[in-house]
Design a protein. Structure first.
Length: 71
């Protein structure tokens, strides 16, 4: 299963990836799958670990997260 943190744009996704990597957490950028709904040009980070905790970390760092998913 893939754990995803969804962000509103590629810019936010890149910023989030760089932030997590600076914290020693691996994250991979990918386009948000269509089966998760019509999210426009949403991008996601595929992460290992607790997606909710990592999403909170991003929010606390000022990076807007639009949701999490496991597929």
């Amino acid at each position: 299963m893939r754990q995803l943190i969804m962000l509103s744009s590629i810019t936010y996704a890149m910023k989030a990836r760089d932030y997590l990597m600076s914290q020693g957490i691996r994250a991979h950028l990918e386009r948000t799958p269509r089966e998760l709904g019509n999210l426009g040009c949403s991008y996601s980070l595929r992460v290992d670990g607790n997606k909710e905790r990592l999403a909170r970390m991003l929010s606390d760092a000022g990076i807007r997260v639009i949701g999490t998913a496991e597929i």
